[in-house]
Design a binder for this molecule. Structure first.
Ligand code: URA
Length: 216
């Protein structure tokens, strides 16, 4: 996806005080059956500029395959287009020397808001028939803070989404309803293997929906 230069400039300005690095554009076909909204790119993604190309991406591709999809069928993006990092000092176990590392972290609400013009633009341009959010960040970005993935995963929600107002100063509800299915983030199973059967079942909901959405 190529974003309007002016919009990227606005987002850079809105994000300038946050610990974010790199810029990975969303990618995939226009008018897809499915759009994925994740959290933010990680280290791997900002290196090779392909969304979900790291470890979480491998899990996601397996979920796609379970419902007969490939990466090329799906528009893939996230609430943020840059990697949120933190700065940690630690002792290198091998050398004993102090070192600074920059691991990924969960983005703040303010950072999601700073990047909101890009996701708004993508949703308008891509016109997905169905949106699956991965994890709480993408879900709350679109449906607000009352939604949590643990409560709503696998449910089919027809609802307006949060979009920025004209001045890009606050969220308002879209005029149009969207079909959203909240899903766990594929990286969640790295921390909790017990989620695997739930994730599998939720993807079957997506599989069923894909058979009914009009693809003309
Ligand atoms: N997690 C996300 O939410 N997006 C990516 O592109 C990679 C990991």
């Amino acid at each position: 996806m190529e974003y309007p230069k002016e919009l990227v400039k606005i987002v850079n300005e809105r994000s300038k005080n946050y610990a974010l690095e790199g810029f990975v554009t969303g990618s995939g076909p226009l008018d897809p059956k499915l759009m994925i909204v994740g959290e933010a790119p990680g280290r791997k993604e900002i290196e090779n500029l392909i969304p979900f190309s790291g470890q979480a991406g491998k899990e996601l591709m397996a979920c796609f395959a379970s419902v007969g999809l490939t990466r090329e069928d799906v528009y893939i993006t996230s609430a943020l287009r840059s990697r949120p990092y933190k700065i940690n000092e630690r002792v290198n176990k091998k050398t004993g020397a102090k070192e600074i590392v920059y691991p990924n972290r969960t983005p703040s609400k303010k950072e999601v808001f700073a990047h909101a013009p890009l996701l708004d633009y993508e949703i308008k341009a891509v016109k997905p028939k169905l949106i699956a959010t991965l994890g709480n960040i993408g879900l709350k970005r679109l449906l607000g803070n009352t939604y949590t993935v643990s409560k709503f995963h696998g449910q089919i929600i027809k609802h307006p989404i949060q979009v920025l107002n004209e001045k890009m100063e606050s969220y308002v509800w879209s005029k149009k309803d969207y079909t959203i299915v909240p899903l766990f983030h594929p990286a969640a199973i790295f921390y909790n293997r017990k989620l695997a059967p739930l994730i599998k079942a939720d993807w079957q909901v997506i599989g069923q929906l894909l058979q009914t959405v009009d693809n003309n």
